[in-house]
Design a protein around this ligand. Structure first.
Ligand SMILES: Cc1cc2nc3c(=O)[nH]c(=O)nc-3n(C[C@H](O)[C@H](O)[C@H](O)COP(=O)(O)O)c2cc1C
Length: 406
């Protein structure tokens, strides 16, 4: 039985949400066999400026490459003759059940890739039984996602200089039942993303001869924009009242971050938020230990997919010392470069509770909305099951450091 396409076929019912998927697009994503296929499909459909905004990273993109290289370096020493006909991929993430050791991380602005891609990704995560994180900079509001997606919802907060904006957003997330608050701490200022500069994406959006050609070669994408309108950063729509488009808000939003946010600010947020709190963007053991000491429930070991400090250590390489430093006092998640199901085994073997996805589900959503995001998750689930069988482990709890080749 081909578990991959059977499971995906059930996941592509037309969405009764604001993230539309035609039957043809849903059928097309079933012809993809890995995350790289979905990326290639997204690249074909999107204007270059939009694709590069998602795909690109800071400066020389060294950290982007390091994330993937770190996963590629780790090798498994598989166990034989363990009886692997039945595999259980379920686990506990942040104290609650998850069908996979995978959570979906926050990605802003993704409605540029597919109308209301956020809703599609959130619904796909709910269907897969894993947590989903809504970005402050999402193209769907806190309320819309709560209404249209369901499942385990986390809200990711950026810290605005106008602190009340952050507290208002956090209050809305609490009111609408979000289970956890994720505070991203690696963006005191924006990273230097040169692909965006070159494509005129990060400056006041304007049509140049190069842009027009770029957009003219992607008629399906243009049709979607004409049909559904320019995406809006719904959570922060009032942020730059003079801005006429989301691209303008996106390009100017960096000036709103609070580069002075520090440990005192974080402690105050911890005291105010009654639920679980994750801190994302941690790469040092001493920072992680300090977070455990102030009652933070989880760290996400992350370099923001290489989009912030180019030259920062890969997430997977930073993981073991952090796991050591917090010694069971808090959950540890890791992201950056997760593209295969086997990556989850490697991260769990190195001490993570789960991996978090960024571009993997984003490429899926850009290839085929909700059906594409569901396909990405289905591919990763199928690869994980097969890799567990081939590694000789029947459950996530059987994955430990002894599974790795020295
Ligand atoms: C297009 C894009 C937008 C992102 N937006 C956010 C965001 O709003 N907040 C945040 O904390 N991280 C954001 N991230 C970082 C991701 O949450 C995650 O850390 C990163 O993508 C992981 O690397 P990977 O995509 O290689 O797996 C974004 C990443 C991408 C690619």
């Amino acid at each position: 039985m081909n578990t991959l396409s059977d499971a995906a076929a059930t996941a592509v019912e037309p969405a009764t949400s604001s993230c539309p998927v035609s039957r043809r697009a849903a059928a097309r994503v079933l012809r993809t066999w890995n995350i790289a296929d979905l990326r290639a499909m997204a690249k074909k459909r999107l204007p270059r400026a939009v694709f590069d905004f998602f795909d690109g990273a800071a400066e020389d993109e060294l950290t982007l490459a390091a994330n993937r290289a770190a996963f590629e370096r780790v090798r498994i020493a598989p166990k034989m003759l363990t009886g692997v006909a039945r595999i259980d991929t379920s686990t506990t993430i942040l104290g609650a059940h998850s069908k996979l050791p995978i959570a979906v991380g926050p990605t802003g602005g993704i409605g540029f890739g597919w109308p209301f891609a956020d809703v599609g990704v959130a619904r796909a995560a709910a269907a897969a039984g894993i947590p989903y994180t809504l970005s402050t900079m999402a193209t769907a509001s806190i309320e819309r996602i709560a209404r249209e997606a369901g499942g385990r919802l986390w809200f990711q907060a950026y810290i605005f200089r106008e602190r009340k904006m952050t507290t208002d957003l956090v209050e809305r997330a609490r009111e609408f039942g979000y289970e956890a608050l994720m505070v991203t701490v690696d963006v005191p200022v924006g990273g230097k993303r040169e692909r965006d500069f070159r494509n005129d994406f990060a400056i006041r959006f304007q049509f140049t001869p190069r842009n027009i050609l770029d957009f003219a070669t992607r008629p399906l994408w243009v049709l979607d924009i004409l049909r559904h309108g320019m995406p809006l950063l719904e959570n922060v729509a009032g942020l730059a009242p003079e801005a006429k488009s989301t691209a303008e808000i996106a390009s100017s939003v960096g000036q709103f971050w609070d580069a002075d946010f520090d440990w005192d600010g974080l402690k105050a947020m911890r005291e105010r938020w009654p639920g679980k709190m994750l801190v994302k963007g941690v790469l040092r053991a001493d920072d992680a230990a300090r977070l455990a000491a102030i009652g933070v429930d989880a760290v996400v070991v992350s370099n923001h997919g290489g989009r912030q400090l180019d030259g920062a250590v890969a997430g997977l390489d930073a993981l073991p010392p952090i796991v050591d430093a917090v010694k069971g006092r808090m959950s540890v998640l890791v992201d950056g470069g997760v593209r295969r199901g086997v990556d989850a085994i490697k991260a769990v073997a190195l001490g993570a509770e789960a991996v978090m996805l960024g571009r993997a589900t984003l490429y899926g959503a850009c290839a085929g909305g909700e059906a594409g995001a569901a396909r990405a998750l289905d591919i990763l689930r199928d690869e994980l099951v097969r890799a567990m069988q081939l590694s000789g482990v029947r459950s996530i709890s059987e994955i430990g450091p002894d599974l790795l080749a020295r």
